[in-house]
Design a protein around this ligand. Sequence first.
Ligand SMILES: Cc1cc2nc3c(=O)[nH]c(=O)nc-3n(C[C@H](O)[C@H](O)[C@H](O)COP(=O)(O)OP(=O)(O)OC[C@H]3O[C@@H](n4cnc5c(N)ncnc54)[C@H](O)[C@@H]3O)c2cc1C
Length: 206
Amino acid sequence: MGLDPGELDASVTARVPVRLGRDDRYFSDTYQAMPRHGYTRMFERMLAHPGIKVLLGADYRDVVGEVAYREMIYTGPVDEFFDHRFGPLPYRSLRFQHETHDRPVFQPAPVVNYPNEQPYTRITEFKYLTGQEHAKTSVVYEYPCDDGDPYYPVPRPENAELYRRYKALADATPGVHFAGRLGTYRYYNMDQVVAQALTLYARLRG
Ligand SMILES: Cc1cc2nc3c(=O)[nH]c(=O)nc-3n(C[C@H](O)[C@H](O)[C@H](O)COP(=O)(O)OP(=O)(O)OC[C@H]3O[C@@H](n4cnc5c(N)ncnc54)[C@H](O)[C@@H]3O)c2cc1C
């Protein structure tokens, strides 16, 4: 970038998503980790509880009438829950391109960002994150797009204002608790979304 980090105030470098040092980890948090056996095993073990039944490929609208509940925790898009009454909340989506290469290593770091003319924004090579050793390697290219699964809320003042109107509806809906990235229209990472879920649980338990 041609900028000496010393020229920038630390409060600025902490907020802007630009790396000026040689920390090549994905985030800049002090502690960064993956579940020991990966998220898939972690969720499989959590969902193996006898009180939990999983229905895959089922829209909650198709089953909500068949499930008795006192409190519902809804983690889908909040605007969809209210039939887009005030109009749709914009989300950014991604198209993923998976590739396997016949060599042990593809790139020099787990994530390489491409903030330039390429149509993809980053390439992730997962074996760096898991520590897997193998003669081949798998990578994923991410292409940003505005249609597809909703992944990222779009942080603009007009969208925050629209979300506020949905939040007022959500707060006035008894027995339903909105959580997660889509339910609260916030850009959360895993640690934040888990903290939000545990806080909600503690509140519901009184
Ligand atoms: C490309 C990408 C990379 C990321 N990398 C990281 C990372 O490295 N570290 C990190 O900490 N976080 C990362 N995140 C963020 C992390 O994935 C999210 O914080 C987390 O998944 C949010 O959990 P959630 O339960 O709020 O939402 P989601 O995981 O989105 O779960 C919502 C679920 O609701 C379901 N749903 C929606 N509507 C309905 C409906 N009508 N009926 C039934 N089900 C419905 C969806 O299918 C989905 O399964 C990444 C996210 C993306 C998109």
